[in-house]
Each structure stands twice: as structure tokens, then as C-alpha cells.
Design a protein around this ligand. Structure first.
Ligand code: SAH
Length: 343
């Protein structure tokens, strides 16, 4: 059992099963998640005997970074190989004040959104809790060398977080624990393609910010480009967003990739505005990142700006997300390029 994947509560139960007092769990949790030790022998205030007995049945396996690629804009893509040789990616995105880490929740993705590179690669498996938090620790180690820290985490890498809800929630509970990295849930955002029936659990158990990959403002178009819409159509998704526990504290972000001739007309902007008003949300407009084999094209800058203006004129907060890390295929929807080449 990899202890790195246990929440404080689970670790406490594990210690009790070993006839250890409760405070041992806190000590171990601190060593694993605050100091990020990789050997039981580094846990200085834990007796040798206990270390040896834990060591026999437990591991602290870390992720191995197999490739690092730094883009000119400072974005760094980390490729990591898991124990079963699956390959996942995480991306460090530095800004002036913030350093955001984009983490993966699955190896591959089963959703098959037509504009997304990861979807085209197919699905391997859900990531474990240890593999999700491990991405944060691997990245933290890198940025600490620059005397900085990861400030924000977005679940926007490979995979659909809400098809791995249990592990995603536990990973957030570990990352926000006072005895661990102590991230605020306000600095964590989970992005979903709209698995509506999981939103309540995510929100009530973590309180993290929500981003929805909307990309189309009618069921007709959304059915075509995001097959998951057939299972959770817009009206069902919108109801779940309205009821999302943290929605009132912080506006939900609707992500909208602008695809030339598909969803970028003035009529599309009007429909998107209506939905955004109904949800009291805000919009992130995302330039489409192209990849080999796709027939989609990015809308021109002129069209993107006109689309944004139509939303802003209706008093909607609509920002254009700048593409980051494009040249290393680290941008959104491009993750999985390296694993594809290797497989
Ligand atoms: N499955 C989750 C999280 C991963 S995708 C979700 O769908 O939200 C993270 C973001 O990248 C999503 O908004 C996704 O729609 C977007 N994305 C996917 N492919 C893209 C592409 N080719 N260009 C730009 N953004 C893309």
C-alpha cells in the first residue's frame, strides 16, 4: 500500500490497525505530505521499530519524471511514467505572482470530445490518489529550486476528473490538509466536461472552484462535439451548476473554445450570453490549439475579439485565455502527444 495516497482519516485508521496512537498518523502525514520524504528512514521522530514495521507493508512510491520540456514563455511540461508504464503529463504555468500547476486525473480519457487531442488517444485508466498528489510534489520540488512555490492547482490535464471523483476528492483533501501542503480550496479548480451527477459530491466534499468545458450553447451542437452531452444535456448540467455548493462564493467559469465556423458566430455568442446570465457565471474564451489529424481550425483573432465584445456588451466577464506552452504541446487539449508517440 502506498501511504502517499491515504487521507489523514485513512492514515489514522491504518495506524490504529497497527495498534499505534492517533498522533502517529499526524506525524507520518507531516513527513509524507509536508516534508515530502521518500524514505521511511527519514522520519526522524518515528521510532526505528515502527518505521521498520511500516516499511515492511507500505511504500512511499514517487512519480518518475521521464521528460521535462521548457517553453519559451516559461511553461514547463513534465512527462511522468507510472509503475505500469502509463505516461501522464503535468504542466507548470508561471505567471507574475502565481505558479499554476495543471494536473492529470486519468491516463488518457474516455470522453472523446472531438476537438481534444487526449480524447483521440483513448483511455487507459484512472489515476490513483498517490499519482495525483505525486504530480504536485514532483512539480513543487522543481519550483522550490527557483525559490518559488506552486500557488494554484487546476485539474485540467489529461482525463476527466469527475469520472475519477473518489480519487480526485481524496487528492484535494490531502492537498488542503493543514498537516500537508495546506493549499486553500479557493486556489484549486476542477474542470469538467459536465458529469452533472458528480458535481454535488465534489462541491460538498471539497469546496473547490468549478470550471465547465461548455464549448457549445445548444444541445444540438454540443451533442456533436462532446458526446457526453447526450448523457447530461445542457438543462441537466445547468441545474447541477446552479446547485454547486461553491458557485455562490465564486462564479463558475464556462470554458469555450472558439472553433472556426462551428461555434463562433454572433448568434452563438448570444446563446452563450443567455446561458451565462442564467447561471450567473463568467466565460473563458479559449483559442483552439491545433494538432495533427484534426479538421477543426481556430477562429481568427478578429472573430475572437468580436465574440468577446458581444459578451462584454451584455455585461459578462469574458476573458480570452492566452495559449501557453504551445510549442511544446503543453497547451490545453494537447496533452498526450508524447505518450502517443511512445505507445
Ligand atoms: N476533462 C476535463 C479536463 C481536461 S480538458 C474537461 O473537459 O474540462 C481541459 C480544458 O482544455 C478543457 O476546457 C478542454 O475542453 C480544453 N481543450 C481540449 N482540447 C483543446 C484544444 N484542442 N484546444 C484548446 N483547448 C482544448
Amino acid at each position: 500500500m502506498n501511504l502517499r495516497g491515504l487521507t489523514m482519516q485513512e492514515l489514522t485508521e491504518e495506524m490504529l490497525a497497527l495498534h499505534q496512537p492517533k498522533f502517529r498518523a499526524k506525524q507520518l502525514f507531516q513527513w509524507i505530505h509536508q516534508h515530502r520524504v521518500v524514505n521511511f528512514s527519514d522520519m526522524l521522530n518515528v521510532s526505528k521499530e515502527l518505521r521498520a514495521s511500516i516499511d515492511a507493508a507500505h511504500t512511499l512510491t514517487q512519480l518518475t519524471i521521464t521528460e521535462r520540456h521548457l517553453s519559451q514563455d516559461g511553461t514547463e511540461k513534465l512527462t511522468m511514467t507510472l509503475e505500469d508504464k502509463s505516461v501522464i503529463e503535468a504542466v507548470i504555468i508561471p505567471d507574475k505572482k502565481r505558479i499554476t500547476l495543471c494536473v492529470s486525473s486519468q491516463a488518457g480519457c474516455p470522453l472523446n470530445c472531438s476537438f481534444c487531442k487526449t480524447g483521440h488517444l483513448g483511455f487507459l485508466r484512472n489515476l490513483t490518489v498517490a499519482e495525483i498528489v505525486g504530480q504536485v510534489y514532483a512539480a513543487q520540488k522543481i519550483v522550490e529550486k527557483q525559490e518559488r512555490r506552486i500557488t494554484n492547482i487546476v485539474y485540467m490535464g489529461m482525463g476527466e476528473p469527475l469520472l475519477n471523483t473518489g480519487n480526485v476528492i481524496k487528492s484535494i483533501q490531502i492537498l488542503t490538509d493543514d498537516f500537508g501542503q495546506n493549499f486553500s480550496n479557493r486556489k484549486i479548480t476542477v474542470s469538467t466536461a459536465g458529469i452533472a451527477d458528480q458535481l454535488h459530491q465534489l462541491g460538498s466534499e471539497t469546496g473547490v472552484n468549478l470550471a465547465i468545458s461548455l464549448h457549445a450553447a445548444t444541445n444540438e451542437l454540443r451533442d456533436k462535439i462532446m458526446p457526453i452531452n447526450k448523457q447530461f444535456p445542457l438543462e441537466v448540467l445547468m441545474k447541477a451548476i446552479r446547485e454547486y455548493p461553491a458557485h455562490k462564493r465564486k462564479k463558475t467559469v464556462l470554458e469555450y473554445i472558439l472553433l472556426k465556423g462551428i461555434n463562433d458566430s454572433a448568434a452563438d455568442a448570444k446563446k452563450l450570453a443567455k446561458i451565462t446570465h442564467q447561471l450567473d457565471a463568467k466565460v473563458n474564451l479559449i483559442p483552439f490549439n491545433s494538432f495533427e489529424g484534426t479538421s477543426f481550425e481556430a477562429s481568427s483573432e478578429e472573430v475572437v475579439l468580436a465574440f468577446q465584445k458581444l459578451l462584454v456588451d451584455k455585461h459578462i466577464t469574458a476573458i480570452i485565455r492566452t495559449a501557453r506552452g504551445d510549442e511544446s504541446s503543453a497547451a490545453c487539449g494537447q496533452l498526450g502527444v508524447l505518450s502517443h508517440k511512445k505507445s
